[in-house]
Design a protein around this ligand. Structure first.
Ligand code: SF4
Length: 231
C-alpha cells in the first residue's frame, strides 16, 4: 500500500514528466532539454527599473483597497509577482484560498500545474510575470462579478502597460473576456493570436480547469507553443 503522500508526490512527478516530455518532443530530444525557448527578457535594466517603479506605484494605490465588495473576504490582496523585465505575462482570474492566505498568485494546486507548464516552455516563475484580473479572493472561488471585474481590471491594465510584455497569456475565460472586453466563449478565443492594446494575446485554459479536465492539456500545450513562437 503506497501512502497518500507518496502517491501525491508520484503523481506530481508524472505530471511534471508529461509536460517535460511535451516540451522535449517539440524541442527535440537531442540534448534532453525542455523546449528551447528563446530568452524571454525584453528590456534593458533601466526599463526594468521604470516598470518596477510603475508597478510599485500601482501597488501603493491598491494598498488596503476597498473599491469593490471583494475586499470584505480577503486575508491578503494578491497583486502579482515575477520579473518586471519579462516579455511574458500570465493573467489569471483571481486568487483562490492558498493565494489569499499567502498573498501570492498561483501557489495552490493550479499554481503547481502552471509551474510545470512554464517549465515545459523552458522558463520558470522568476522569468515571467503572473497576476490576476481581480486582486482579492471571490467568496467560495466563484467567478468575479461584472462590477468587481470592471472595478479591478483597470489596475491589471496599468500593470500590463507598465510591464509592456511581448506576449500576454490569458489563463481561462474570465481573464480572456476581461482583457478583450468580450462575452465570447473560450472555445472561440483559443487557437488564434489576439491582441490587447497592440500586444499579442494568447488565450488558453485555466490550470484549475485542466486539473478537472486533463484531456484538454494537449490543447493547452498547443497554446503554449503559440506563446513560444511569439516570443
Ligand atoms: S478586487 Fe480589486 S478593486 Fe476589489 S477590493 Fe480587491 S483590489 Fe480593490
Amino acid at each position: 500500500m503506497i501512502p497518500d503522500r507518496a502517491q501525491n508526490q508520484l503523481s506530481d512527478w508524472l505530471e511534471q514528466l508529461r509536460w517535460y516530455l511535451w516540451g522535449c518532443r517539440e524541442g527535440g530530444l537531442r540534448d534532453w532539454q525542455p523546449y528551447a525557448a528563446k530568452p524571454v527578457e525584453k528590456t534593458q535594466s533601466s526599463d526594468s527599473a521604470s516598470a518596477m517603479e510603475k508597478l510599485s506605484r500601482i501597488g501603493v494605490e491598491l494598498h488596503e483597497c476597498t473599491r469593490c465588495g471583494l475586499h470584505r473576504g480577503r486575508a491578503n490582496l494578491v497583486f502579482g509577482e515575477g520579473s518586471a523585465q519579462s516579455g511574458l505575462v500570465f493573467v489569471g482570474e483571481g486568487p483562490g484560498a492558498d493565494e489569499d492566505r499567502l498573498g501570492r498568485p498561483f501557489v495552490g494546486r493550479a499554481g503547481k500545474l502552471l509551474d510545470k507548464m512554464i517549465f515545459a516552455i523552458g522558463l520558470d516563475r522568476s522569468r515571467v510575470y503572473i497576476c490576476n484580473v481581480v486582486k482579492c479572493r471571490p467568496p467560495e472561488n466563484r467567478t468575479p462579478q461584472a462590477d468587481e471585474t470592471a472595478t479591478c481590471a483597470p489596475f491589471l491594465f496599468r500593470q500590463l502597460e507598465a510591464l509592456a510584455p511581448k506576449v500576454i497569456c490569458a489563463l481561462g475565460l474570465s481573464a480572456a473576456q476581461a482583457l478583450l472586453g468580450t462575452t465570447e466563449p473560450i472555445s472561440r478565443l483559443r487557437g488564434k493570436v489576439l491582441s490587447w492594446r497592440g500586444i499579442p494575446l494568447v488565450c488558453t485554459y485555466h490550470p484549475a480547469y485542466l486539473l478537472r479536465s486533463p484531456q484538454q492539456k494537449a490543447a493547452a500545450w498547443q497554446d503554449l507553443k503559440e506563446v513560444i513562437r511569439l516570443l
